[in-house]
Design a binder for this molecule. Structure first.
Ligand code: ADP
Ligand code: ZN
Length: 719
C-alpha cells in the first residue's frame, strides 16, 4: 500500500531474491519513474497480473514493521470515512524520515580493566563512573546530566583513559520512563474507587470503553493518570488525546508532578526532527506515554494498552479536511483493534457517548463533587432585556458591578466572549453596505490592533477602507457587535486599574505563550482575563472567582442539530473555571433568552436533565445518536457546475426504508475559498449501514473532474 490518495488500495510488486520482507515491512518501490515508500500489506496478490509486468521492490527499510493492529486501523478508517486507504496510510506515515535507520552517535563506556578501588577519584568523577554499568554506553551530555557535573569532567575521565569511546545503541531518541510509583496525590474515597475500576480495566488487557464523568474540578485528570500508571506497570503504551495540545501547559505540569518526567508529545507544531525522533521512538516502544492531538491515533504503537480521550465532547476532535474523521470515535476503534482499554472523559459528555453508556456499551464512572473544599460556582443569568448595557456597550450594569466587587476583594475575574477580533460586522451608516469576503459567504471581521478586516474562513485580509467601497461616503464604516477586542476596550475604560490579559488565538499563538499566560495568572500578576474559547480549556486558576459570559446566546443561533448541546458544553466548561479553590465562584451569563433550556441547565447545574431533554427531542426523528447522518459537500469554482453536480447526485439519491436524502441545498457557507458549495444530507435509521449506500450512490454518478465531493460521515458541522 502506498501513502497516496489513489483509489486502488494496494499494488503488486515482486520481492527480489536477497530482500526479506513481511506484512508490515516498510519498502521503497518504483512508481511512474519515482521511488515511493510504502508498506507491505497482507492479502492476495492480483493473479491476473503477468509476472513480466511486476516491478521489483527496491529496498526494505530498516524500521520496525507496521503492526497488524495499525494496518487494520488504516483499513477500518478508510472504509468508514470512504477515503482511499492510501490517504489514511499517509497519516500513519507522517514522518518518513523516521523510516531511515537513525545515525549512530558516539558515547562513552567504562574502560575495560580499570579497577575502581585502585583509583583516586574526585567525587565528581566518581559520580560519572557510578552512572555507568559495565558495558553500558551513554552520551557525554546524558552522563554529565545524570552525575550533575560539567561535560569537562567526562572529557577528563576520557583523557585519563577511564572512559573509552563507543557507539550508542542503534538509535533512537528514548523518552524517559515515567515512574508509575512516583508518589501522586492521595485520592479521595470516590476518586480512589473510580481509579481502581479504571486500573482493573487496564490490567485486564482487553478492549472496553469507560466513560469518566464528573463536575469540573472533581479530579478526573488525577483519576485517569492512575490508569496511565497501571498501563505503565503492564509494560504497555498509553495514549492521551487532548483537544488542544498547544494549550495544555498546565496539563503537562500535572503529568510531570505525577510521573517525574515529561511524556512524548505529538501535534502539528513539532519540528521535523522531533517528529522523526518521536515517531521512531513510538515504533520502537521507547515512548511509554504519548500525549497528542487527534493525529496521534495514527502512530505505530507496538503495544498500545490504553487510549484516553480527554474532553471527549470537544468538536476539535473532528478533522474536517482531507480524511474527515472524528478522533473520539476512531480512538474507540483504535483501542478495540489493539485490545486496549479506552477511557472517554468529560464533565459534559456528548449525547452520543452518554447514549452508549446508557445502553450498556460503555461503563460509566462518575465523580460527583469538586475536590477539596471548593463548591460548584453559583450561576445566574442576567436578562439583557431588563439590564441592557449602555448604547454601544456590551457589559450590563450587574456584570460591571460584580467585576468591580471581585477586583475590590483582590480576586480575579474573567470575561468570556467566543468571538475573535473587534467586531464581527462592518456596516456603512450611509448606504447599509456590509463588508464581506470576496471568497466566502462571510462578513469580514475587524481586527483593530492590526487595522485590518479579516475573513475567519479563508484568511483573506484587507486594510479598513477610509471610505465606503459602495457609496464612497467617507468615515461612515461602523463596527457592529462585539468581538473580544471590543470587550477589552470597554473593560479598559471601566476598570482602568485592573491588570489585564487577553487570551485569544491572536494573542496566544502557541504553547509557550499559553504557558506564560497561565503562569502570570496563577502568580496573580493579572486581575482581569478577557478571552475567547481558549479560556474555557481545562485551566486551574485558584484565584479566579468570577466568570462573566458576555453573550451566552452566541452559539444558539443557526439550525445546527447540536447548537444547544454545544453551547451548554462550552459555557459549562468556562463556568468551571470559577471558584476552584477556597473562595466561592460566581458565574454571570448575559442573555436575551434567560428562559432557554441551556440557561436553565447552567443555572440549576442539572446537565443530566438537559441531556435527557435533548435525547427526547432527537429520538423520534431518528436524529443522531438515534439515527445516522452523512453529508455530501459538492463544490466547484463554477457555480453552475456545482449546481448541476448536486442536482445529479440528488436525482441518483438512494431510496429505501429508513433512508432519506435532504437537499441538495446551498451550504450556509455557499462560497468558501472561491468554491461554490452545495450540500446533501443522507439520514438513515441506526440499523442502516450508510457506507455501502454512499459508495453505491457515488459510483452511480459521473462527475466532472473540476467538481469535488467531500463525504462527511457523522457530520458535526453543517456549514
Ligand atoms: P477535573 O479534571 O475533573 O476538572 P482535576 O483533576 O483537574 O479535575 O482536579 C482539579 C484540581 O484539584 C487540580 O488542581 C488537582 O490537582 C486537584 N486535585 C484533584 N484531586 C486531588 C487529590 N486527591 N489530592 C490533591 N489534589 C487534587
Ligand atoms: Zn473568506
Amino acid at each position: 500500500m502506498l501513502p497516496l490518495p489513489l483509489d486502488a488500495g494496494t499494488y503488486d510488486y515482486r520481492l527480489p531474491p536477497g530482500l526479506v520482507a513481511a506484512p508490515g515491512s516498510f519498502v521503497a518501490v518504483p512508481l511512474g519513474g519515482r521511488e515511493v515508500l510504502g508498506v507491505v500489506w497482507d492479502g492476495e496478490p492480483d493473479a491476473s497480473l503477468p509476472a513480466s509486468r511486476l516491478k521489483d521492490i527496491q529496498a526494505v527499510l530498516d524500521a520496525p514493521p507496521m503492526g497488524e493492529s495499525l494496518r487494520r486501523f488504516v483499513e477500518w478508517v478508510a472504509a468508514y470515512t470512504l477515503s482511499p486507504p492510501g490517504a489514511v496510510l499517509r497519516m500513519a506515515m507522517s514522518a518518513p524520515a523516521a523510516l531511515d535507520r537513525p545515525a549512530q552517535r558516539a558515547g562513552w563506556q567504562l574502560a575495560p580493566g580499570a579497577i575502581r578501588e585502585e583509583l583516586k577519584l574526585t567525587p565528581a568523577r566518581a559520580r560519572v563512573l557510578d552512572a555507568l554499568d559495565i558495558g553500558e554506553v551513554r552520551s557525554a551530555t546524558d552522563l554529565a546530566a545524570e552525575a550533575g557535573v560539567s561535560p569537562g569532567v567526562v572529557r577528563g575521565l576520557a583523557d585519563a583513559g577511564l572512559l573509552v569511546p563507543a557507539l550508542l545503541p542503534a538509535g533512537s531518541h528514548r523518552f524517559p520512563r515515567p515512574d508509575p510509583d512516583h508518589p501522586g496525590p492521595t485520592l479521595a474515597p470516590d476518586q480512589a474507587q473510580a481509579a481502581e475500576a479504571l486500573r482493573a480495566r487496564v490490567a485486564a488487557r482487553a478492549f472496553g470503553v469507560t466513560l469518566l464523568t464528573g463536575v469540573t474540578g472533581s479530579g478526573k485528570t488525577e483519576v485517569y493518570l492512575d490508569a496511565v500508571a497501571e498501563c505503565l506497570r503492564q509494560g504497555r503504551q498509553a495514549l492521551v488525546l487532548l483537544p488542544e495540545i498547544a494549550l495544555s501547559a498546565q496539563w503537562l505540569e500535572r503529568f510531570r508532578r505525577r510521573f517525574g518526567v515529561d511524556p512524548a508529545l505529538w501535534h502539528s507544531e513539532l519540528t521535523s526532527r522531533t517528529r522523526r525522533d518521536t515517531w521512531r521512538a513510538v515504533a520502537e516502544g521507547a515512548a511509554p506515554v504519548l500525549v497528542g492531538a487527534r493525529s496521534a491515533l495514527f502512530l505505530p504503537y507496538p503495544d498500545l494498552g490504553l487510549v484516553i480521550v480527554d474532553e471527549e465532547h470537544e468538536t476539535a476532535f473532528k478533522q474536517e479536511e482531507g480524511v474527515v474523521y472524528h478522533a473520539r470515535d476512531m480512538a474507540v476503534v483504535r483501542a478495540r483493534l489493539a485490545n486496549a482499554a479506552c477511557i472517554l472523559v468529560s464533565a459534559t459528555p456528548s449525547l452520543e457517548t452518554l447514549t452508549n453508556a446508557e445502553q450498556g456499551r460503555y461503563d460509566h464512572l462518575h465523580l460527583s463533587e469538586r475536590h477539596g473544599s471548593a463548591g460548584m460556582p453559583a450561576v445566574e443569568a442576567i436578562d439583557l432585556r431588563r439590564h441592557p448595557p449602555e448604547r454601544g456597550r456590551f457589559l450590563s450594569p450587574p456584570l460591571i458591578e460584580a467585576v468591580q466587587e471581585t477586583l475590590a476583594r483582590g480576586e480575579q475575574a474573567m470575561l468570556f466572549l467566543n468571538r475573535r477580533g473587534y467586531a464581527p460586522l462592518t456596516l456603512c451608516r450611509a448606504c447599509g453596505h456590509r463588508m464581506r469576503c470576496p471568497n466566502c459567504t462571510a462578513w469580514l471581521v475587524e481586527h483593530r490592533a492590526q487595522r485590518r478586516l479579516q475573513c475567519h474562513h479563508c484568511g483573506h485580509a484587507e486594510p479598513i477602507p477610509p471610505t465606503c467601497p459602495e457609496c464612497n461616503a467617507p468615515g461612515t464604516l461602523t463596527p457592529v457587535g462585539p468581538g473580544v477586542e471590543r470587550v477589552v476596550e470597554e473593560a479598559t475604560a471601566l476598570f482602568p486599574d485592573a491588570r489585564r490579559i487577553v487570551m485569544a488565538s491572536d494573542t496566544i499563538p502557541g504553547p509557550a505563550a499559553a504557558a506564560a499566560a497561565a503562569e502570570a495568572i496563577a502568580a496573580r500578576q493579572v486581575d482581569l482575563i478577557v478571552g475567547t474559547q481558549i479560556v474555557a480549556k481545562g485551566w486551574h486558576f485558584p484565584h479566579l472567582t468570577l466568570v462573566g459570559v458576555v453573550d451566552a446566546d452566541l452559539g444558539l443561533a443557526g439550525g445546527d442539530l447540536r447548537a444547544a448541546e454545544r453551547t451548554l458544553q462550552l459555557l459549562h466548561q468556562v463556568s468551571g473555571r470559577a471558584g476552584r479553590a477556597e473562595a466561592p465562584g460566581r458565574v454571570l451569563l448575559q442573555s436575551f433568552a434567560p428562559d432557554h433550556p441551556v440557561m436553565h441547565a447552567l443555572v440549576s447545574g442539572d446537565v443530566a436533565a438537559f441531556m435527557a431533554e435533548e435525547a427526547a427531542g432527537r429520538r423520534p426523528g431518528h436524529w443522531p445518536p438515534f439515527g445516522r447522518l452523512a453529508a455530501l459537500i459538492v463544490s466547484s469554482e463554477d457555480e453552475r457546475e456545482a449546481d448541476r453536480a448536486a442536482r445529479d447526485l440528488g436525482l441518483a439519491a438512494p431510496r429505501g426504508p429508513g433512508v432519506e436524502v435532504l437537499g441538495p441545498a446551498p451550504a450556509p457557507l455557499a462560497l468558501l475559498r472561491g468554491r461554490h458549495r452545495r450540500r446533501l444530507l443522507l439520514k438513515a435509521r441506526r440499523d442502516v449501514g450508510v457506507q455501502p449506500l454512499l459508495r453505491d450512490w457515488l459510483d452511480r454518478v459521473k462527475l466532472p473532474n473540476s467538481v469535488r465531493v467531500q463525504v462527511d460521515v457523522d457530520p458535526v458541522g453543517f456549514l
